[in-house]
Design a protein around this ligand. Structure first.
Ligand SMILES: Cc1cc2nc3c(=O)[nH]c(=O)nc-3n(C[C@H](O)[C@H](O)[C@H](O)COP(=O)(O)OP(=O)(O)OC[C@H]3O[C@@H](n4cnc5c(N)ncnc54)[C@H](O)[C@@H]3O)c2cc1C
Length: 398
């Protein structure tokens, strides 16, 4: 049975990481990706120290570091007056004394390519494209994934890493569509030479405005800048990755600091996302089926941890499969038990951070006063649960 592959639905960051992690433990995997090619959108992604611990496990640190940028600080600025609300140094001795791994930002395609290249070099990984999973059937301890083109793929287990609109989740749990948050994100990247020189900082900067925020940071050795603009809106378009309306963006950010408006004016074409999440649950495994990443615990991006959690899931799951040998059901249950409280905490904390970023009126004043006196050491204390990678009982996540 050990030669029977574990099937993975979805070859995004979570699915690719799971394929690699399982293969590194000697398990054959078949990755079924719906698209014709593996790829990620051309945007940035923040990588907390917790995920660098996972890269070390996967032997990927060098490949990631090749193009990633190490920002000097995480900075929140008030988008109305432009003042710094709080600044958390990332590159100084304090951060590295507290956290053994670095903080970095990278270009999503670079991260995805590093994962897929490593999968391609693994004889135990079978990468299949143009394979959209529509559901699955189980028969004893075997699973058959059904594909949109009428095909079927059999294996010893199935991991649903098929994202927010997961078909595997639909079959396993059937809890309906995700929760539409009422928050919209516009994303774009800008060549560094087009970035205004006075804003070309080596920092992750979040301009916190009333019911809005704008994030900027450099990517790819500083060659491009990532811009993400978020605002509240009831407008809802199902689907993902459509063009945004720049006029609406200016309306939402009107009255904000000239630097914010200057940055918004630099982009002609934005991509738009309707941001969704779900309530945390723990029913993400049954028998030889398990969910991973956004399929299991979709979250708002305000802690910048969705992909980091998916990669933690992948490494944790592979450890449990390794520990439990042939008993995949026990391995998947143990994986779920290790993960659901930590990922649930990130889901809920991300919502809270969104409220903090988008504060207005008196709440904004209180936020700024509360955060101003915070020392870097206090900020690190607040992040330790996340960046040190411990589970909710204080144990290591692996
Ligand atoms: C604006 C924004 C900013 C973000 N910033 C960060 C950040 O800084 N740091 C961070 O860690 N996270 C961030 N995230 C979250 C992160 O992008 C996601 O959590 C992460 O991509 C989830 O990975 P995944 O592999 O679980 O799912 P996905 O990335 O959604 O991948 C799912 C894959 O499955 C495929 N698929 C879907 N359905 C099927 C099917 N039926 N059959 C076969 N294949 C299928 C898809 O084509 C895709 O390749 C951000 C998210 C947003 C929206």
């Amino acid at each position: 049975m050990n030669d029977d592959p574990i099937l993975i639905a979805g070859g995004g960051i979570g699915g690719a990481a799971a394929a690699l992690a399982l293969a590194r433990k000697g398990r054959p995997v078949r990755l079924l990706e719906q698209s014709r090619a593996f790829g990620e959108i051309g945007a940035g992604i923040q990588l907390g120290p917790n995920v660098f611990r996972m890269f070390e496990q996967l032997g990927l640190t060098e490949a990631i570091e090749e193009t990633a940028v190490r920002p000097d600080a995480l900075v929140m600025r008030d988008a109305l007056d432009g003042e710094v609300v709080t600044r958390v140094p990332l590159n100084d001795d304090g951060f590295r004394a507290r956290f053994p791994y670095p903080y970095a930002v990278t270009y999503r395609p670079d991260l995805q390519n590093a994962l897929i290249d490593a999968c391609r070099a693994e004889p135990l990984v079978d990468l299949v494209t143009a394979a959209k999973v529509t559901g699955y059937e189980t028969d004893g301890d075997r699973v058959t994934a059904t594909l949109q083109d009428g095909g079927r793929a059999g294996g010893a287990g199935l991991i649903g890493a098929d994202g927010l609109w997961s078909k595997v989740r639909e079959t396993l749990i059937g809890d309906g569509p995700p929760r539409v948050s009422g928050h919209i994100a516009y994303r774009a990247v800008l060549p560094a030479e087009e970035m205004p020189a006075h804003l070309r900082w080596n920092e992750v900067v979040l301009w916190a405005g009333p019911r809005t925020h704008l994030v900027q940071y450099p990517l790819r050795r500083g060659e491009i800048f990532n811009l993400v603009a978020v605002f509240h809106s009831d407008r809802y378009e199902e689907g993902w990755d459509v063009f945004g309306d720049a006029d609406e963006l200016f309306q939402r950010f009107s009255g904000e600091h000239p630097h914010v408006l200057e940055l918004l004016g630099k982009i002609d074409s934005w991509r738009m996302w309707v941001l969704c999440d779900r309530e945390p649950i723990k029913e993400w495994s049954r028998g030889p089926i398990a969910l991973l990443g956004d399929a299991a615990h979709p979250m708002l991006q305000y802690l910048a941890q969705g992909a980091c959690m998916a990669i933690e899931d992948a490494v944790c799951l592979a450890h449990q499969v390794d520990r439990h040998g042939q008993d995949l059901a026990a391995a998947f249950r143990a994986y779920r038990d290790k993960r659901y409280l930590r990922t649930g905490r990130v889901q809920l904390t991300a919502r809270f951070y969104g409220d903090v970023y988008h504060a207005e009126g008196v709440t904004r004043e209180l936020r700024n006063r509360a955060l101003a006196p915070r020392t870097p050491a206090q900020a690190y204390d607040g992040m330790a649960w996340l960046y040190n990678g411990v589970d909710e009982t204080g144990g290591q996540i692996l």
